[in-house]
Design a protein around this ligand. Structure first.
Ligand code: NDP
Ligand code: MG
Length: 385
């Protein structure tokens, strides 16, 4: 029996995690459930899976939740509550499904408490990859990818020797605007951007897919997860999202992992590996039906976000923190109607240009850089309005 702590439980990954846990009651038990403000979704799943720990962003949210629960868990709130859930005593593994750098501190706390991590929250590795990796090593825990591309790579690397890998090839769907030129992006709306062709996901990652910052964050995530040089990471557009990613080896053999786009696959694999379990309701791949798979170059002119992410990763130090914080802030501003779509990448580029890199930032320095970057962008917007 594996006991699971889930942070970011009411989101897209969170709910799919609850679904796979419920499908395997003999193997998994939900120990802790941390969410933000979505009381309806939380009520439903807490009553179904009966975790011992429950955390929400505020007392007010908890007060709405409590009368709707059919039993009494231990309650927590705020950032401390996220940490309490991430370090819940009996939990074996923590699924980090919050969105954004807010996942960093609970993830580090979980690692220090000896928990394995099933990582969906890519922003954590982008903003502080060196700290997370060092902690994983020091505390001897496993860091398992949930992101579909990284799960694919993880599966392709099974039984292979690390030194035989020559290249990682990340596939990218291209997001909502893949069939538009840059000129056609000038006046796109939030609604257009939220309309992803292949995946149904939270708002932030859907916008990240449209800008291609998502793939950029995934490049940095891959660098840390698989200890691979940026020169050996390639991104290719693949509109069907059937090949989830590939690994090329010394002898030019390429391994790929395929499947229909359904995040429950990678979520479950992170929880069950090396075992593979059934998922009720997932659609098997029918290549006869699909017929053709397409590939295209992901060029830096069309997708400057990809160039910026490679640059931030290669510069290293605190630069990925800047890329991530500026992007989180810019996406928020876009979603709330304060900036246009193309301003997202402009704000990230400007934040990076202004930053003086700290080579090996400590946690305190990362949190400070993150705060300052957000503040500067906020001030810039207020000044400009
Ligand atoms: P969602 O926006 O759907 O969900 C985010 C979750 O985090 C919600 O449960 C939200 O709570 C919670 N949350 C946000 N801020 C806080 C906070 N301050 N304190 C406590 N809880 C908080 O995101 P996704 O599920 O789409 O994505 C989650 C992560 O997984 C992201 O890092 C994303 O990049 C990554 N990922 C997602 C994929 C997907 O298919 N969705 C695929 C691969 C990676 P509430 O809503 O209750 O306020
Ligand atoms: Mg992905």
């Amino acid at each position: 029996m594996k006991r699971i702590s889930l942070i970011g439980a009411t989101g897209s990954i969170g709910v799919q995690t609850c679904d796979v846990i419920e499908q395997h009651p003999d193997l998994f038990e939900l120990e802790a459930y941390a969410f933000g403000t979505n009381v309806d979704v939380a009520t439903e799943w807490i009553n179904r899976l009966r975790p011992k720990y429950v955390s929400a962003t505020s007392i007010e949210v908890l007060e709405q939740l409590k009368p709707r629960l059919t039993y009494e868990p231990l309650y927590f709130i705020g950032p401390e509550g996220l940490k309490e859930c991430a370090t819940a005593e009996r939990a074996d593994i923590v699924v980090t499904a919050v969105v954004g750098a807010v996942g960093l501190e609970p993830t580090l706390a979980a690692i220090q408490a000896g928990k394995d991590i099933a990582l969906a929250n890519k922003e954590t590795l982008v903003t502080a990859g060196h700290l997370v990796k060092a902690a994983v090593k020091e505390y001897g825990v496993n860091l398992l990818p949930v992101d579909s591309e990284h799960s694919a790579i993880f599966q392709c690397l099974n039984g292979e020797r690390r030194e035989d890998v020559s290249k990682i090839i990340l596939t990218a769907s291209g997001g909502s605007f893949r069939d538009r030129s840059r000129e056609e992006l000038v006046d796109v709306t939030v609604e257009d951007a939220l309309n992803h062709p292949n995946w149904s996901m939270g708002a932030k990652i859907t916008i990240d897919s449209a800008t291609m910052f998502n793939k950029g964050l995934e490049v940095i995530e891959a660098h840390w997860l698989f200890d691979i040089d940026y020169n050996d990471i390639e991104v290719i557009l693949h509109r069907e999202s059937i090949i989830h990613s590939m690994v090329e080896f010394k002898d030019a053999a390429v391994m790929a992992q395929l499947g229909n786009p359904d995040m429950r696959g990678p979520i479950l694999y992170a929880l069950s590996e090396p075992k593979r379990l059934e998922i009720e309701g997932n659609k098997r791949l029918n290549l006869n039906e699909i017929g053709k798979l397409h590939f295209e170059e992901a060029d830096f002119e069309r997708y400057p976000a990809l160039r910026l992410a490679f640059e931030a990763g290669i510069i290293g130090g605190s630069m990925p923190t800047v890329l991530n914080a500026a992007n989180e802030m810019a996406v928020d501003l876009f979603l709330n109607g304060h900036i246009t779509f193309l301003e997202i990448e402009r704000l990230v580029e400007e934040a990076m240009a202004q930053h003086e890199v700290i080579a090996e930032p400590t946690l305190a320095q990362i949190l400070e850089v993150d705060r300052v970057v957000r503040q500067q962008i906020q001030q810039g917007i207020e000044g400009g309005e």
